[in-house]
Ligand binder design. Structure first.
Ligand SMILES: Nc1ncnc2c1ncn2[C@@H]1O[C@H](COP(=O)(O)OP(=O)(O)OP(=O)(O)O)[C@@H](O)[C@H]1O
Length: 290
């Protein structure tokens, strides 16, 4: 453990710079405690899977990272800024579960519209549109109306929109839900390509076998983090052969535990010490809502 560095304002996790560091996240929605004391780090350039059953709090956690969740306790730092900071608006892309593109426009029209909304003009706008079409392999359907696309193509359009600002971090909420296995695989290949090009990806899913595609895993259940590690560490720690089996093992063995079952305790305490003592890490930054 090389510690979590603060001198330069850059958090690290075992020497790796972090894109996201969160400590002690708690959220209550209505009367439900949706997140309870969640702490984790996401290394820069990693493809990280946020996995857990429906309703366990994945969307809520992603909303905390985006700085759009109200009633949050704890700290989240994203690319060295408080979550939701104005400086992150073009550096973080967010693909929500809800439809976020216009069905009656073509792919190209959607991309041009959202590029203009980002403030891109002239050749910069055209370059951004051409770049994202290439990144997500949409050239063949660029002139097609979005409502006539297949589920997989539609997901790619949402992804393309999120990539227009060339974000350093891409946060995606169940982007593969409802897609058939082949299309899911193709989409994960796009994510892997983006990861290799240096983008950090935080991708939620309730399909455990998607863990195979991730560099690191955050396993959640009922608002708590069960594990924060890579797949090999998870399988070794639980003595299992699949992430699904490992998840069940953790649920059985970790009932009532306040600590994630698989994570280096020293890492979490280092995160706590850093985040709790750094003034700039207040969860709601001054810029929030500005
Ligand atoms: N606006 C809300 N008010 C009250 N409770 C809410 C609200 N939104 C979500 N919840 C509750 O918070 C819990 C976590 O929801 P969340 O959407 O974060 O889970 P999820 O893991 O993303 O689920 P899914 O995989 O089905 O999208 C659920 O019990 C849900 O019912």
């Amino acid at each position: 453990m090389t510690g979590v560095g603060t001198a330069s304002g850059q958090e690290t996790w075992d020497g790796e710079p972090l894109a996201i560091s969160a400590y002690g996240l708690s959220v209550t929605r209505g009367r439900t405690r949706v997140l309870a004391d969640v702490s984790f780090g996401v290394p820069r350039g990693a493809v990280v899977g946020l996995l857990g059953p429906s309703g366990c709090g994945k969307t809520t956690l992603l909303r905390c990272v985006m700085g759009i969740q109200t009633g949050v306790g704890g700290h989240v730092q994203v690319l060295c800024h408080g979550a939701g900071a104005r400086a992150l608006r073009t550096r973080v892309g967010y693909v929500t579960q809800a439809p976020s593109v216009y069905g009656d426009l073509t792919v190209l029209e959607n991309l041009q519209y959202f590029a203009a909304a980002l403030g891109l003009r002239g050749w910069q706008r055209e370059n951004a549109v051409v770049r994202v079409i290439k990144e997500v392999d949409l050239a063949a359907c660029a002139d097609r109306t979005v409502k006539r696309l297949s589920g997989g193509q539609y997901s790619r359009v949402s992804l393309a929109v999120a990539l227009l600002g060339a974000p350093d971090l891409l946060v995606m909420d169940e982007p593969t839900v409802g897609l058939d296995p082949l299309v899911r695989r193709e989409l994960w290949e796009v994510f892997a390509r983006l990861g290799r090009a240096g983008t950090t990806l935080l991708v939620s899913s309730h399909v455990m076998d998607e863990a195979d595609r991730c560099d690191r895993l955050l396993l959640m259940r009922e608002g708590r983090l069960l594990a924060s590690c890579d797949r090999t560490e998870l399988l070794a720690h639980t003595g299992t052969c699949s992430v699904e089996e490992a998840f069940s093992r953790l649920v059985t063995s970790g009932k009532g535990s306040d600590e994630p079952a698989v994570t280096a305790g020293a890492k979490v305490s280092a995160l706590r010490d850093t985040l709790a003592t750094t003034r700039s890490l207040s969860f709601f930054p001054e810029e929030f809502g500005a």
